[in-house]
Design a protein around this ligand. Structure first.
Ligand SMILES: *Cc1c(COP(=O)(O)O)cnc(C)c1O
Length: 459
């Protein structure tokens, strides 16, 4: 088969047999897909041999770039030993070695005063890491003999994954509303979305009124609330919403004050994405439960970890017959290949001082964003580290959004693709999230293409 008929063949099979995530398949059917066949560094290659900058790290996961020799080798080495064995009743070196590394990393990164995080519970994706956190928090209070705490507090605009528990604590109407009859009850506190403040205030004169609103709910409902679940510093899928300084720390204080556990969902923000290893570090916050996934394997393989405190873990310890066991587990929990990749990724962080080298790139990215901020249809350009959201609006003065059906964000990303950059929007928020290993010249191209695409689409 020659290359052109092979391309047509793959496209035909895709359209006949595949159902893509978060995709209106009618639109998909009408378009022509980019078929990825290779990757190196910050680039992905399609079946026609065209290279694109991977501007969103393959949906927020790639850390040290594609095709990193060390990670490839680590996986190959593990493949030759064994690829998978269960953690139900057995263990294996990569899982144990990685658990130690994760606990050390978390405790050296997060300033610890009273609490520390000491036990790793593996699963295989971000949603499951969240489900586990929620179920652990719930069962913890039951085991402590406190029966009333059977609901959760989360934020508007929150995204914690797509399984039913994670959706129950989600706050993005266009994704979550349809499922509302299936969901359990969760209280919602206002999002720290300063650009569109639901309380109609301005930071810092607001003195974080959104936290006061959170406190009102806690005051009234702490007897019912097992945990607050929160995306520290940046609400990712909600539109790269960056919380103002002091917000996370304030939320932590409120949790302690009202006897509510804090679950930090660092699935997106973890592993350097915000410029620190974990976003909680920005405010010296230690959660009771920490959810990690996306970047944990450097973006190679599915793996997740829910890390919890000794206090929570010890509540589950008892005699077999007491049924204090945490009855939860996924078949591929702590997969050997994934753990081997994760161990290697952490080595690279250390060896290459990834976080240190990132700092100047973050500034560089910030300066490039300054030039976009003046565009007539850029409402706000938000950045924390390598997490960027450029919110496009119809009218900058009134902040009026473009009509939903105009698909403005989507059009910008299509235009960027024609210019050699793969990005994916969140509504009309253009998301940029390059691999941490991105070079200055790649960052420059990324920003040039993004600016051009925005200009051309928004006129
Ligand atoms: C992506 C994401 C999830 C869900 O992770 P999956 O691996 O897609 O299930 C959960 N929380 C946050 C903050 C995320 O960004």
């Amino acid at each position: 088969m020659n290359i052109q008929s092979y391309v047509r063949h793959i496209e035909k099979l895709d359209k006949r047999f595949l159902w893509h995530p978060f995709t209106q398949m009618k639109d998909w059917d009408e378009g022509s897909p980019v078929i990825i066949t290779g990757g190196r560094g910050s680039f992905l290659k399609d079946i026609n041999g065209i290279w694109y900058i991977d501007g969103v790290s393959s949906l927020w996961v790639t850390v040290h770039g594609h095709g990193r020799k060390e990670i490839n080798d680590a996986i190959k080495e593990q493949v030759d030993k064994v690829s998978h064995s269960t953690l139900l009743g057995l263990t294996h070196p990569p899982a144990a070695l990685l658990a130690e590394k994760l606990v050390k990393l978390v405790n050296s990164s997060l300033v610890t005063r009273h609490s520390s995080l000491s036990k790793v519970f593996y699963s295989d994706n971000g949603s499951t890491s969240v489900e586990i956190g929620l179920k652990m928090a719930f069962q913890y209070w039951r085991l402590k003999g406190i029966k009333g705490k059977k609901t959760f507090l989360s934020l508007e605009n929150a995204y914690h994954g797509d399984t039913i528990g994670a959706v129950s604590v989600g706050g993005i109407d266009i994704f979550h509303k349809i499922f509302s009859p299936l969901l359990f009850k969760a209280y919602k506190a206002p999002a720290p979305y300063c650009y569109r403040c639901g309380l109609d205030r301005r930071y810092p004169s607001c003195k974080l009124l959104c936290l006061r609103e959170m406190e009102k709910i806690m005051q009234k409902r702490h007897g019912e609330i097992a945990a607050l679940i929160i995306e520290p510093v940046v609400q990712g899928a909600g539109g790269m919403i960056t919380a103002p300084e002091g917000y996370l720390k304030g939320a932590r204080k409120l949790c302690s004050k009202y006897g509510i556990l804090m679950i930090a969902d660092e699935v997106a923000t973890g592993f350097g994405r915000t410029g620190k290893m974990f976003a909680c570090e920005h405010e010296g916050v230690v959660p009771d439960i920490l959810c990690l996934a996306k970047g944990i394997t450097g973006g190679y393989l599915p793996l997740a970890a829910t890390i919890t405190s000794e206090e929570i873990f010890s509540a589950f310890i008892g005699e077999f017959r007491e049924l204090k066991t945490f009855f939860h587990g996924h078949t591929y929990t702590g997969n050997q290949l994934a753990c081997a990749a994760a161990l290697c990724s952490l080595e690279i962080f250390k060896k290459e001082k990834t976080l240190k080298h990132m700092q100047r790139k973050i500034e560089f990215l910030g300066k490039a964003l300054d030039r976009i901020r003046d565009f007539p249809h850029v409402g706000e350009a938000r950045q924390r580290g390598f997490m960027v959201g450029i919110e496009l609006v119809k009218d900058r003065n009134t902040k009026e959004p473009y009509p939903f059906e105009h698909k403005t964000g989507w059009k910008v990303c299509c235009r960027a693709r024609e210019k050699g950059l793969l990005i994916r929007p969140l509504g009309d928020v253009i998301v940029l999230m390059p691999p941490l290993s991105v070079s200055y010249s790649e960052l420059k191209s990324l920003m040039r293409i993004t600016a051009e695409a925005i200009k051309e689409v928004t006129g």
